[in-house]
Design a binder for this molecule. Structure first.
Ligand SMILES: Cc1cc2nc3c(=O)[nH]c(=O)nc-3n(C[C@H](O)[C@H](O)[C@H](O)COP(=O)(O)O)c2cc1C
Length: 153
């Protein structure tokens, strides 16, 4: 088994959604090169429906522009980003998503890809446990997202 096979196996078995893109940041990029099955379960899209498109396709009316500006700046500077965004599934249903993006550099130190680890979260009731992330708790993505919106906005 090559390292590449091993990495693919890990990505396919992982419950965290994984999105790999190129580094073209201006519209229509960044271009999605790979998504794992957990991404498809969370969003309701199949891989062939998103590969070649931009993660912007997950955005909608309630997506926070301020968070996106911080995200865009981090990507431009080749820095990691962690934050919570409102994303939309294929069905149109919105969900809160903890997004952690890492820049991937090659051996020459050049930026080659971005990889995102994405998890659906929900707001905790009551007082935050610890820090900003204590306000959210994970939602299991073992069940695929419904193909139609159960509660149309
Ligand atoms: C790997 C990766 C994953 C991303 N995932 C999301 C996402 O789930 N939701 C989202 O709103 N934006 C996501 N983005 C950010 C958008 O692609 C885009 O960079 C963002 O909208 C800021 O750029 P803009 O101001 O040009 O739109 C992701 C970006 C990268 C590189």
């Amino acid at each position: 088994m090559t390292v590449e096979d091993l990495i693919r196996t890990l990505a396919e078995a992982n419950d965290t959604a994984i999105v790999l893109t190129d580094t073209s940041l201006g519209e229509p990029g960044p271009t999605i090169l790979y998504v794992n099955p957990a991404f498809c379960r969370m969003t309701g899209y199949e891989a062939h429906e998103v590969v070649g498109r931009s993660p912007r396709m997950l955005q909608g009316a309630r997506t926070n522009r301020l968070v996106l500006r911080t995200l865009a700046r981090a990507l431009r500077e080749g820095k990691p980003f962690s934050g919570c965004v409102v994303n939309y599934r294929k069905s149109g249903e919105q969900y809160l998503c903890q997004v952690d993006i890492e820049p991937l550099f090659n051996r020459a130190g050049e930026l080659e890809h971005f990889i995102a680890f994405e998890r659906e979260v929900k707001r905790r009731r009551g007082r935050p446990a610890k820090g900003a992330l204590g306000r959210f708790e994970a939602v299991s993505n073992r069940q695929p997202a419904p193909k139609t919106n159960p509660s149309p906005a």
